[in-house]
Design a protein around this ligand. Structure first.
Ligand code: TRP
Length: 376
């Protein structure tokens, strides 16, 4: 693929993503200064992921805030395709979702699409994707979500509730619309064609469970937007509000490719990695450094293509001033890549220690979060 081309669908991301072009292509709205100012007025601050445009795009976010200001609380909905262990990139939207839960005192529905990953991945059995759902739920719980306000479910275990909603959606989506949105072809299995209606269903769950219309906000990576275009299309036909969306960029791969791929372990740090594994991966990461120390001093590095810098920017450097300094020091050749790698590795190892302890404790609390209506 030529270097200025890219492809983004819920199941593959290829090429060098130009986020401005993507918003235009998808028809979403940028997160602008007016929204940031409004966010600050309502919650008292602007979290780093909004300030730094990690969450950079939305649909109807202003409308959600209008409802909120009118006294109508919204519900959060997000999810995870359980195809393997959780990596640090997956945590990014969850950390932001937790921030929203706290700031707006919002309930959260969290969908584990074990059905989707079983259908999509030849190598995964139904019991494997169910197992990863429970494994990944530990990471979510470890982030500190409020058990009173957070409901996690697996599609296969909450099917009695979700399936009738999915049917209402499916009846209103033609094959040609789904094919146009997702790029299905005649070799796509028919489960994948139906699946989008399962991902739509939780957007209507709060309304259905409470018997009245409820505004829903979906934080997600931008690749999930195609599903929710369909959801938003059918919502009024089913008598519900369209869910609002807030979209994140993709977390960078340690090897400098586009999105992190859970299938190549070296591209990402998993929450289950040992400190040694994490350090080795960071030591081998792709940087924006030059080939020799002299060149690095003379020309400076290229932080914008550097995985190590991106890691700090997206997650590990909370201090805005320091993030800018790091970038400038790199640009003027005052930093060596080894230095950045060591600093990042220390932070990541510290985070993993804390997270893994919290994950251990989550084992006993998992049933406080899971909802199901059937089980084998
Ligand atoms: N399909 C998503 C994935 O593969 C998982 C998912 C389900 C999701 N519902 C969601 C993600 C809502 C964001 C918002 O990761």
């Amino acid at each position: 693929m030529p270097s200025d081309e890219f492809l983004v669908t819920p199941w593959e991301v290829e090429g060098n993503v130009d986020y401005n072009k993507l918003t235009a292509l998808f028809g979403t709205q940028p997160i602008d200064d007016a929204i940031l100012a409004r966010f600050k007025r309502l919650t008292g601050s602007i979290p780093p992921m909004l300030r730094r445009q990690v969450f950079f795009s939305h649909r109807d976010f202003n409308w959600i805030l209008d409802r909120y200001e009118a006294g109508e609380k919204f519900v959060l909905y997000t999810g995870r395709g359980p195809s393997g262990h959780t990596h640090l990139g997956h945590l990014m939207p969850w950390i932001f979702t937790k921030y929203l839960q706290d700031a707006f005192d919002a309930d959260l529905y969290f969908q584990m699409t074990d059905d989707e990953k079983f259908l999509q991945k030849d190598e995964l059995s139904a019991s494997a994707t169910r197992g990863f759902s429970y494994d990944n739920a530990l990471d979510l719980i470890a982030l500190g979500f409020d058990p009173e306000k957070t409901r996690i479910f697996l599609d296969t275990e909450y099917a009695r509730t979700l399936y009738p909603i999915a049917l209402e959606v499916a009846k209103r989506v033609t094959f040609s619309a789904a094919r146009a949105v997702f790029g299905f072809d005649s070799s796509t299995n028919i489960g994948m064609v139906f699946f989008t209606s399962m991902q739509s269903a939780p957007a209507f769950l709060p309304a259905i469970l409470s018997g009245r219309n409820v505004p829903v906000l979906i934080p997600c990576a931008i690749d999930q937007d195609p599903h929710f275009r369909i959801t938003r299309d059918v919502a009024p036909k089913m008598g519900y509000y369209k869910p609002a969306l807030i979209h994140s960029r993709f977390f960078p791969s340690l090897l400098g490719l586009d999105k992190m791929s859970a299938s190549i372990p070296e591209t990402s740090i998993f929450t289950t990695d040992s400190p040694e594994q994490a350090r080795t991966k960071i030591a081998n990461a792709f940087t924006g450094g030059r080939t020799t120390v002299q060149e690095q001093r003379d020309l400076g590095g290229v932080p914008d293509i550097c995985a190590v810098y991106q890691y700090s920017f997206y997650l590990f450097e909370q201090d805005d001033k320091r993030a800018v300094e790091l970038r400038e020091e790199c640009l003027r050749g005052a930093r060596a890549c080894g230095e950045c790698k060591n600093e990042l590795a220390d932070k990541v190892v510290q985070f993993l220690k804390h997270h893994q302890a919290a994950r251990e404790q989550a084992q006993d609390r998992i049933e406080d979060f899971i909802i199901r209506d059937c089980q084998e």
